[in-house]
Design a protein around this ligand. Structure first.
Ligand SMILES: Nc1ncnc2c1ncn2[C@@H]1O[C@H](COP(=O)(O)OP(=O)(O)OP(=O)(O)O)[C@@H](O)[C@H]1O
Length: 301
């Protein structure tokens, strides 16, 4: 598969603050990537460098095998930044036509309307009179107007209501299905889990985990099998002898068996005849994985 993004040993220092610290990763065509992390993790700085708006203090960045600031690269990129600023004096439709004309292979107005949900009223309104939500729709349409191969967003859903948010992610999934490469930053674990195929988890300027949402969960969130039984004491005794059981405890009426292999524990429940009822498999939550990863990392430093 074609490599679209390659970042090698990139560091960005502001005064003596290392906002991004020796980060390397590459992204292939068609991947949907979430850059996830708490405040100050280095997400915006990374996206800004990918967009060619900031230059790395050291290390190298290539997009489509070229420098991010080259015209050939810029024509293939669409973006919507946190601060939405649009040109005053023009109606949305005029602005869209203007920007579309910059690109060799733009999307039609009809396609842009279909993708972003821009309304007739939006299109007729002058840029300075647009509401926050209308501005967002316009800037999303502007981002897509050049029919970009690579789309990058910095916290795209901040300030969107739930309907706009759902619509936005539906469109992103549609674009991903067409083979577009998509990178977005977010604080929201749920968003990363729902939309991204791969998460780069940033903390203090470094990548502390890189994998699918499922891999990140499996790596550290504990999975468990839980059940009820008439004889908890006997269940404890029997299950505790097996090395596949990492921890066992009782919570409310349920016995919780933590493990790296829920299938093996399930088999044990029947082999050991512990009288298990109402059996459930509990998968680790991404929220917990996120907290544990960032906490562990802090402790290690
Ligand atoms: N222009 C700048 N000058 C000085 N320090 C900066 C500058 N830009 C960012 N920083 C610092 O670099 C670190 C990383 O900032 P960055 O904005 O990349 O984080 P972030 O993960 O996007 O955070 P948030 O989620 O709050 O937007 C922070 O400590 C920030 O204060």
């Amino acid at each position: 598969m074609t490599e679209i993004v390659r970042i090698q040993h990139v560091t960005k220092t502001f005064q003596d603050k290392k906002a991004v610290n020796n980060v390397s990763f590459s992204i292939k065509k068609g991947e949907v990537i979430a850059i996830l992390g708490p405040n100050g993790a280095g997400k915006t700085t990374t996206i800004s460098m990918l967009l060619g708006l900031l230059h790395p203090t050291s290390g190298s960045i290539q997009l489509f095998g070229l420098n991010p600031s080259e015209k050939k690269v810029r024509e293939k990129i669409g973006t919507m930044l946190q601060e939405v600023s649009v040109m005053n004096g023009l109606k949305s439709k005029e602005l869209l036509e203007l920007i579309r004309n910059y690109y060799p292979n733009p999307l039609s107005l009809k396609e842009l309307i279909q993708l972003t949900g821009l309304t007739d009223t939006d299109l007729r309104t002058r840029a300075e009179k647009l509401s926050g939500g209308q501005k967002r729709r316009l800037s999303f349409a502007l981002a897509l107007s050049g029919n970009p191969d690579l789309i990058m967003f910095d916290e795209p859903t901040v300030g969107m209501d739930i309907t706009s948010r759902n619509r936005f992610w539906k469109t992103i999934k549609q674009l991903a299905a067409q083979g577009k490469t998509i990178i977005f930053t977010t604080h929201y674990l749920q968003e990363a889990d729902d939309v991204a195929e791969r998460i780069l988890l940033f903390h203090n300027g470094s990548i502390i985990a890189d994998g699918t949402p499922a891999e990140i969960k499996a790596r550290i969130a504990k999975q468990a099998v839980s059940f009820t039984t008439n004889d908890p004491f006997q269940a404890f005794e029997k299950l505790n002898q097996h090395s596949v059981v990492t921890n066992i405890y009782q919570k409310n009426e349920r016995i919780i068996v933590q493990t790296g292999d829920t299938d093996a524990v399930l088999a044990l429940l029947f082999e050991e005849k512990v009288g298990a009822q109402q059996i459930q498999i509990e998968n680790g939550k991404l929220e917990e994985a996120f907290e544990q990863l960032t906490n562990n990392h802090q402790e290690a430093m």
